[in-house]
Write a protein that binds this ligand. Structure first.
Ligand code: BES
Ligand code: MN
Ligand code: ZN
Length: 493
């Protein structure tokens, strides 16, 4: 699907749908009024004869409107009374696209507001909404596929709108790259393949280093390596660097991702039902890859490091056993009570490595870490755990701005009792109470006092059904928008 910016008075042809906005009490936007007049009041009549109120996300679909050449008119509700926030335009554009994508029209013309910022946000919303992971579908009938092949976004100054869109387009590309990683099945996207895809981003100007098992063994990463030892796939540690700050030696910021390309649970094996979901247990690493893609794509003025801990957690004759004790790179020992609590074992070494090698301003890890966070917060919030109030505030604000909401959870020292081991420095599970918090407390032992935040994204990395028109069912790419915004608003200078 192609996206173009066109003049505001563009005449939509016979194979097109035109989308316009309506506010509270079904008040028509200026563009909608033009259409209402051209059709002899057809929009007003359709509103009068139905329940359309202009509420956010509501759609009124007018087919074969008399007086217009266009095949359809789509009236999209956005609430409010007048000026529309760019964010609302993004959602409205996505709603319009969802409404007509398989209707048979080949073209969608968006007339949602003519200024450059509004037009650019509409294009962004549509690009995200149109995501499909269909590379493995070889027999889908043409009539089931989306019919819309081009989206024309009307703007007073199309050239200016296209210019404003450049940054958003780079962000969208990064989000879609991240969604592709999350969507790929685990037979294709194993640790080495993931590392290769990260490496391919060198074309954007990133520097990408890959460590294999021998190198990690030399570094003493017994905690990460223990998780991958039952897999025939080699574990990988990927280090991505973006050096965009004016001062090339300025202290970097760092992102660390859990990349379990498949989580069977290992010897503490998971139940069969729903286990296929564990192909997306690398959603944290996908988010980190995505944010590095976005920073490079828009040439962000910041020095940033992305570290991915990539492993496959399999049961096998060589797999680690419950009760095994491993020694992490930090020197701390861990009794592995449950091999299914593997994400924290991977992050323990990835976090330690990151702070030791890069001495970052802060580290933020993202991980599909616990089922318990789904119980705590449901699917509309990711859990935020942090040793730093300033960083937390900035993350909460960035999340709100990008509709990737976070909710801060506590890290009470008293709960560390739950992960004490009789034979090692800690154990890797803390029992059922506060399962996401004890996971956070475990990670905190590997940050060495560096300002740090942990985002537990187990509930938000994959949405089915999705409640956001810019996110089709499945991979969200959660975290890319959020972290890109954090950098843009607080760390670019
Ligand atoms: N990858 C899972 C967490 C998860 C669950 C992610 C559901 C997405 C959806 C993680 O590795 C895991 O298995 N966690 C265990 C920890 C337990 C053994 C302490 C869990 O949450 O059950
Ligand atoms: Mn697990
Ligand atoms: Zn896992």
């Amino acid at each position: 699907m192609r996206i173009e910016f066109v003049p505001a008075d563009l005449h939509a042809g016979a194979t097109a749908a035109v989308a316009v906005l309506a506010h509270e009490a079904a008040a028509l936007s200026p563009e909608a009024r033009v259409i209402d007049e051209a059709t002899g009041g057809a929009l007003a009549r359709a509103i009068a004869g139905g329940r359309f109120t202009g509420a956010k996300g509501q759609i009124l679909d007018l087919v074969a409107p008399h007086g217009l050449e266009a095949a359809r008119v789509v009236l999209v509700g956005v609430d409010g009374v007048g000026a529309v926030e760019p964010e609302a335009v993004e959602a409205a554009a996505a709603h319009a696209f969802q409404a007509v994508k398989a209707s048979g029209v080949t073209e969608l013309v968006l007339k949602l507001g003519a200024d450059a910022e509004t037009a650019a946000r509409a294009a962004f919303g549509v690009k995200l909404a149109a995501y499909r992971f269909d590379k493995y579908r070889t027999t889908e009938k043409a009539e089931k596929k989306p019919s819309v092949t081009v989206v024309k976004v009307a703007a007073a100054d199309p050239v200016k709108a296209a210019k404003v869109y450049e940054g958003l387009n780079a962000l969208a590309d990064a989000i879609l790259f991240s969604r592709d990683l999350v969507s790929e099945p685990a037979n294709i996207l194993h640790p080495e393949e993931f590392a290769a895809r990260a490496k391919s981003l060198e074309s954007l100007g990133l520097e990408v280093e890959i460590l294999g098992e021998a190198e990690m063994a030399k570094l003493g990463m017994g905690s990460l390596l223990g998780v991958g030892q039952g897999s025939v796939r080699e574990s990988q540690l990927v280090i991505m660097k973006w050096n965009g700050a004016a001062d090339k030696s300025a202290q970097p910021i760092a992102f660390v991702g859990k990349g379990v390309t498949f989580d069977t649970g290992g010897i503490s094996i998971k139940p069969a039902d729903g286990m296929e979901d564990m192909k997306w247990d690398m959603g944290g690493a996908a988010a980190v890859t995505g944010v590095m893609h976005a920073l490079a794509g828009r040439k962000a003025r910041v020095n940033a490091i992305g570290v991915l801990g990539l492993v496959e957690n399999m049961p096998d004759g060589n797999a680690q056993r419950p009760g095994d004790v491993v020694t992490s790179m930090s020197g701390q020992t861990i009794e592995v009570i449950n091999t299914d609590a593997e994400g924290r074992l991977v992050l323990a070494d990835a976090l330690w490595y990151t702070q030791e090698r890069f001495k970052p301003k802060f580290m933020i890890d993202l991980a599909t870490l616990t089922g318990a966070i789904i119980i705590s917060l449901g699917h509309d919030y990711a859990g935020l755990f942090s040793n730093n109030d300033g960083l937390s505030e900035k993350l909460l604000a960035a999340g709100k701005a990008e509709r990737e909401n976070l909710w801060r959870m506590p890290l009470p020292a008293a709960y560390e009792k739950q992960i004490e081991s009789p034979i090692a420095d800690m154990k890797n599970i803390g029992g059922r109470p506060a399962g996401s918090i004890t996971a956070g407390l475990f990670l905190q032992k590997f940050v060495n006092g560096v300002p740090w935040a942990h985002l537990d994204i187990a509930a938000v990395a994959w949405r089915k059904p999705s409640t956001d028109p810019t996110v089709p069912d499945g991979a969200v790419g959660f975290g890319v928008r959020l972290l890109n915004r954090l950098v843009a608003d607080a760390y670019e200078g």
